[in-house]
Design a protein around this ligand. Structure first.
Ligand code: NAP
Length: 260
C-alpha cells in the first residue's frame, strides 16, 4: 500500500522521499523520481508532511518511538489501519511529544489508490485536515469525518464490516446452491448479482438494528421468511456459522413484532 501511495504522489508531480523497514522495495519508485531515505528519521526530516502506512498500530509505535523528537511541531498522517481506540491513543501519545495526528483510513486497494474510485477517510482537527488535504488529494478523494481522531478508523471498520457482511451473505447463498447441486456460476450471474445490486440501496437505507421498522414491511412476515431461510440452510447441511446474520436479523424482527 505504501508503494501505491507514494506512486500516486509521484504521479501528481510531488517530491517524495520513501522509507521502508526492509530496504530495496522502492526501486520502481526511485526510477520515477522518488528518493529513498536510509532511516525513518531521515524520511521525516525530508518533507513537510509525513505519511505512515505500516502493518498495524504496534509497527507504527515501534517505528516512531526512537524518532519522536523529529516529529515535534509536525503533523503525522497515519494511514495504517487500526481501531478507533488505537487512533485516539496515538493522537494522545504524539500530542504529549508536540506532534499532531491526522488519522486516516484507506477505502481502496492498492490498484485503485490515486484513481477516482479511491476515498481516504480522515479525522482529527479540522484545521489540520484543511491544510493537509491539497497535499493528500492525489491519493484519493479526501473525506473528513470528524474531530475525534478515532472516527476515521471507526468509519473504516464499520464500512468494512458492511462489506464483509455482504460477502458472507453471498458465500452463504452460493454454499446453498452448491450443496443442493445447482449451477453456481449461472446462479451468481443470473440471480445473485442482479438481486444484490437491486437490493443494495434497501439494505443500506434500512440498516438500523433496533431502529423503526418501515410501515410497509410486516416484521412478522419477515421473521417467517428468515425462518424459511434458516430451514433451507439446515436441510442443505450448510454450516450454521454462515447463517449467523440471519439469526441476528430474526432476533431484530421478533423484537419489532413484539413492539408493534
Ligand atoms: N492492501 C490493501 O488492500 C489495503 C487496503 C486498505 C488499507 N490497507 C492498510 O494499509 C496498511 C499496510 O497494508 P499493506 O497492504 O501495505 O500491507 P503489507 O504489504 O503487509 O506491508 C506491511 C508494511 O508494514 C511494514 N512493517 C510491518 N511491520 C513493521 C514493523 N514492526 N516496523 C516497521 N515496518 C513494519 C512492512 O515492512 P517490510 O517490508 O519491512 O516487511 C511493510 O512495508 C495496513 O494497515 C492495511 O490494513 C491495506
Amino acid at each position: 500500500m505504501g508503494y501505491a501511495l507514494a506512486g500516486a504522489l509521484l504521479g501528481a508531480g510531488r517530491e517524495v522521499t520513501v522509507w521502508n523497514r526492509s530496504p530495496g522495495k522502492a526501486r520502481g519508485l526511485l526510477a520515477r523520481g522518488a528518493r529513498e531515505a536510509s532511516s525513518a528519521e531521515e524520511a521525516i526530516e525530508a518533507g513537510d508532511l509525513t505519511i505512515a502506512c505500516l502493518l498495524d498500530d504496534a509497527s507504527v509505535r515501534e517505528t516512531l518511538t526512537p524518532v519522536l523528537g523529529k516529529l515535534a511541531g509536525e503533523t503525522l498522517v497515519n494511514l495504517t489501519s487500526g481501531s478507533a481506540r488505537q487512533a485516539r491513543e496515538l493522537a494522545g501519545w504524539l500530542g504529549r511529544h508536540g506532534a499532531r495526528l491526522l488519522a486516516g483510513g484507506i477505502m481502496a486497494g492498492p490498484p485503485t489508490v490515486g484513481t477516482a474510485d479511491a476515498t481516504i477517510l480522515y479525522s482529527g482537527a479540522r484545521d489540520l485536515f484543511d491544510r493537509a488535504a491539497p497535499a493528500l488529494d492525489p491519493l484519493g478523494r479526501p473525506h473528513w469525518v470528524g474531530e475525534d481522531p478515532g472516527f476515521a478508523a471507526m468509519y473504516d471498520m464499520a464500512a468494512l464490516s458492511g462489506m464483509y457482511g455482504m460477502g458472507v451473505g453471498a458465500e452463504h447463498a452460493v454454499a446453498l446452491i452448491r450443496a443442493e447441486g445447482g449451477d453456481v456460476e449461472a446462479f451468481k450471474r443470473d440471480v445473485l448479482r442482479p438481486w444484490m445490486e437491486r437490493m443494495l440501496p434497501f439494505t443500506v437505507d434500512g440498516a438500523d438494528p433496533g431502529g423503526p421498522v418501515p410501515d410497509e414491511s410486516n416484521p412478522e412476515m419477515q421473521a417467517t421468511g428468515l425462518e424459511n431461510m434458516l430451514a433451507t440452510s439446515k436441510e442443505a447441511g450448510v454450516p450454521d456459522e454462515l447463517a449467523g446474520h440471519l439469526h441476528a436479523s430474526l432476533w431484530g424482527m421478533r423484537r419489532a413484532t413484539t413492539a408493534r
